[in-house]
Design a protein around this ligand. Structure first.
Ligand SMILES: [Zn+2]
Length: 434
């Protein structure tokens, strides 16, 4: 962790309630460590085939045992006929593949297991490679967690330690870039300070990850009050808590919002709530409401015209979307962009409204809602699949300037960057230690 670049700050709106001196506050994501998937180095003391299960059994010197199905071993043969090193891709023609694999002979060398198959093909599996692909459930979970960090939810009280990084550091230093993306993955929010006072900074940051996710509002978009606004965000009114673009099946994953000019009077404050926190609470404490929100299909819509391009987007999805492993994957919520069509059985309608009201009232509860005013030179970044955001009203009749520039980045690009940065870091560390 690039500790020298880390700062924390108390949003001005809640600073009076906090007596802890700033210097003693630690960014709360410091408690989260990167998960290592490397097991201690140990070599095999014996290998054998368990014919009743068609598995290779490897007994390691550290007394652990791993089993590998023969079909999986044959499918993952690393020889040049079966695997292309330059593209790191399997090249076995699956139309000729036999699921019921038979072996002839198995043996170990100093660092590999060699299998001779009944059809004459020979495979060799590096022991370290095998160990990293253990079918042990704990090892599998460890590997899954290393690929996508498990999230930690938060309420308003945790937000006094909001993760904050120096913008110049994230642009120049890969360790800070990794800190930022990991923080977003775990906590769903991170602030930057010292952002240069010019437009285009969101694009510069997006390039550090990969590229901007373009939507019908463009690549870099300006959130400013304007006459005949195409989106309620482009007004001076109170912007209710929402997630952006729920009407996209491929909803942009990360929001970057740079405060270029802030309204000088009262108002224009940012609102944030951790939607996963609300969903987790409901699952635990009000399972009927949770089930209703996770199972009722909602239609999200955006109709209009931007830069001469007419659009009509529709996506059907519940407010709470789960992954196949039961973790919460995506929150959809936007009052202006919920369609009036409701393709659900009529007797479920009232219950669903009751559930939605409970969800939204909780999101506005001071126990979960954070309010703070972004200052020029600051940028807030957050997970759009998770965090509900909004804005208090400011000014009147298009008087009083406020200008926030935004852009999106996809989670696929961000998580890919995390893996590449971690691999680079590991390689550099190995290099230094010889
Ligand atoms: Zn092969």
């Amino acid at each position: 962790m690039a500790a020298k670049h880390l700062m924390c700050r108390i949003p001005s709106c809640i600073s009076s309630a906090i007596s802890t001196p700033l210097t003693s506050l630690k960014p709360f994501y410091h408690t989260q460590q990167f998960v290592s998937i490397i097991r201690p180095v140990s070599t095999a003391c014996s290998v054998g085939i368990q014919e009743s299960t068609n598995r290779l059994v490897v007994n390691w010197k550290d007394k652990l045992t791993d089993e590998y199905p023969l079909v999986w071993l044959r499918d993952n043969c690393q020889c040049t006929a079966c695997f292309d090193q330059s593209s790191q891709s399997r090249t076995i023609n699956f139309s000729h593949f036999q699921v019921n694999q038979k072996f002839k002979h198995v043996a170990t060398t100093k660092d590999a297991v060699e299998v001779q198959w009944e059809d004459g093909h020979k495979s060799a599996y590096n022991l370290e490679w095998l160990k990293q692909r253990s079918f042990n459930q704990k090892e599998q979970q460890c590997w899954l967690d290393a690929n996508k960090a498990p999230y930690s939810t938060w309420g308003a009280s945790f937000f006094k330690n909001i993760p904050m990084l120096d913008f110049n550091a994230v642009i120049q230093d890969d360790n800070t870039l990794l800190d930022w993306l990991h923080t977003l993955d775990v906590w769903g929010v991170c602030l930057f300070k010292n952002v240069p006072h010019s437009l285009g900074q969101v694009g510069i940051l997006a390039k550090r990850v990969g590229f901007i996710k373009k939507t019908h509002y463009g690549e870099e978009f300006s959130v400013q009050a304007k006459a005949n606004a195409t989106n309620v965000a482009y007004t001076q009114g109170y912007l209710q808590l929402h997630t952006d673009l729920p009407y996209y099946e491929y909803k942009p994953g990360i929001n970057l919002l740079h405060c270029y000019i802030q309204y000088k009077g009262n108002g224009g404050d940012s609102l944030l709530t951790d939607g996963f926190k609300i969903a987790e609470w409901l699952r635990e404490n009000d399972p009927e409401i949770y089930k209703c929100l996770a199972e009722t299909r909602v239609t999200w819509t955006d109709i209009g015209q931007e830069n001469g391009n007419k659009f009509h987007k529709i996506h059907h999805a519940p407010v709470i979307c789960e992954s196949s492993d039961g973790t919460i994957r995506r929150i959809n919520y936007s009052q202006p962009q919920r369609d009036s069509h409701m393709a659900v059985p009529i007797d479920q309608v009232e219950n669903w409204y009751r559930a939605l009201k409970k969800f939204y009232d909780m999101a506005l509860d001071p126990e979960y809602l954070v309010t703070f005013k972004l200052q020029p030179g600051e940028m807030v970044t957050f997970d759009n699949l998770r965090i509900l955001h909004g804005r208090t009203a400011f000014g009147e009749h298009l008087q009083g300037e406020r200008h926030v520039q935004g852009a999106y980045v996809d989670w696929d690009e961000a998580r890919s960057r995390i893996r590449v940065l971690k691999a680079n870091k590991a390689a550099n560390n190995t290099g230094r230690c010889g």
